[in-house]
Design a protein around this ligand. Structure first.
Ligand SMILES: Cc1cc2nc3c(=O)[nH]c(=O)nc-3n(C[C@H](O)[C@H](O)[C@H](O)COP(=O)(O)O)c2cc1C
Length: 410
């Protein structure tokens, strides 16, 4: 990166504002000259003084500042022209709305309206705020004007819930803005990728289901990163409150394993890569009741089960003869003997690679950081992590590219 690049860092009113201090520090460490701007909301969470100490420049707040020897320089106009890049991290829902509508009532929005520098926005907010049609419409408008969005990702939120709306990690944001990081890769262009994700619901009666603890977060992180890296992505998603963050990801929602298989088969025709992360129930109630089962019903104490189709094995048996170049990735969430189980899955289900991780009450499903092992037939297991789900997603996609390179001999 060019040393001395002037980066305006906008900080807005999100609980993630404390992470903006780290963003400022990393930008400085990588040689940028950082001008911080805090909105009113931001100053409820962090102080201007903190950014002044880290960046060595007065942090801007209002639109009223004049500077220069004769006090004839309007600060936000000078800042707008001096900026090489502008980053807003974190970006609150309120800020995104104000920016979309061309407000100019504080230093940050006035600078944005006066600049021709490229702009990156790293949103951070509650899932429902992020998914609200008003926010999504604003994001689409800004994207249409060339503003680049970094995330958000799925993970633990300040509210204690898990979902989409979490700000990208500071390192990843800084990589993207300084232009030498993974976030700007387009190495999956030309590939069509099908991802299965989430749990399944197997009906017992109209109100009860057999299911598991999967949230779909890992599969959705893979789908989002694959789309960001240039792939055409389809997701078949079991019941979960999560959704893809990248608008170009094509989503089909399903409930049961049987429905998931049908939707995945319909979407698998022309794919180059299958990534099967879904936690599919092995069994379903053999005889789902049309009416709610009563406690007094003798059938309530024992459930007869029927085996579900094996989605990964069925798809891989269909895809292999049709296309020798298809890459198939399985996931193995195990509580014990992880490597042995994953190796068995590799051959049994016709996978090129199995991504194995240990799950249990303390780790795995929905948890923030994950550690995985990539298991192939030809090499020793490759460990990765602990990392957030976006980091693991990049690792999985890198494994896919490496396998495809090896196979094509390039
Ligand atoms: C504790 C707390 C945390 C908040 N976190 C967020 C958040 O992460 N994202 C967001 O968009 N708004 C969040 N808000 C609401 C914003 O701070 C509020 O909409 C504010 O007006 C935003 O100001 P801004 O325009 O300066 O961003 C939070 C509010 C509180 C009290």
């Amino acid at each position: 990166m060019q040393v001395g690049l002037r980066v305006v860092l906008g900080v807005t009113g999100s609980i993630a504002a404390y992470k903006a201090v780290e963003v400022a520090r990393l930008l400085k460490k990588r040689g940028a000259d950082v001008q911080a701007m805090l909105t009113d909301g931001a100053s409820h969470f962090v102080t201007a003084l903190t950014f002044e100490a880290v960046t060595g420049r007065p942090a801007r707040r209002t639109v009223w500042g004049m500077s220069g020897e004769d006090l004839r320089k309007i600060e936000h106009v000078e800042d707008a022209y001096a900026a090489d890049r502008i980053l807003i991290a974190p970006a609150s829902a309120n800020f995104i709305t104000r920016y979309t509508h061309g407000f100019a009532d504080d230093a940050l929005t006035a600078t944005l309206l006066s600049t021709s520098a490229p702009v990156w926005v790293a949103p951070a907010m509650e899932s429902n705020m992020w998914r609200h049609p008003a926010t999504q419409a604003n994001v689409a408008t800004l994207q249409g004007r060339g503003v680049r969005f970094l995330g958000p990702t799925t993970g633990d939120l300040a509210s204690g819930r898990t979902g989409d709306g979490r700000m990208w990690a500071p390192e990843r944001i800084v990589d993207a803005v300084l232009g030498d990081g993974a976030a700007q890769r387009t190495d999956l262009e030309g590939l069509t990728i099908l991802v299965t994700a989430g749990p399944t619901w197997e009906p017992i009666d109209p109100v009860r289901v057999l299911t598991n603890r999967s949230t779909g977060a890992m599969g959705l992180a893979i789908a989002d990163r694959a789309a960001e890296r240039g792939a055409r992505v389809r997701v078949v998603l079991g019941p979960t409150h999560l959704a893809p963050s990248v608008p170009s990801v094509a989503l089909t929602r399903v409930e049961s394993a049987v429905d998931m298989l049908a939707a995945a088969e319909a979407a698998a025709d022309d794919i180059d890569v299958l990534i099967a992360t879904a936690a599919v129930s092995d069994y379903r109630p053999a005889d789902p009741r049309p009416r709610k089962l009563k406690r007094s019903d003798p059938a309530a104490a024992t459930l007869a089960l029927a085996e579900n189709p094996d989605i990964l094995a069925t798809l891989s048996a269909r895809l292999r003869p049709r296309s020798a170049s298809v890459t198939i990735v399985g996931f193995a969430a195990e509580t014990d003997d992880v490597v042995r189980h994953a190796q068995a899955k590799l051959s049994r289900k016709g996978c090129d690679v199995v991504i194995a991780n240990r799950v249990g009450p303390d780790r795995g499903f929905g948890a923030g950081e994950t550690e995985v092992l990539a298991i192939t037939a030809s090499a020793p297991p490759v460990p990765f992590g602990p990392a957030d789900k976006a980091g693991v997603a990049d690792f999985v996609l890198d494994q896919v590219l490496e396998l495809r390179r090896q196979r094509s001999g390039s």
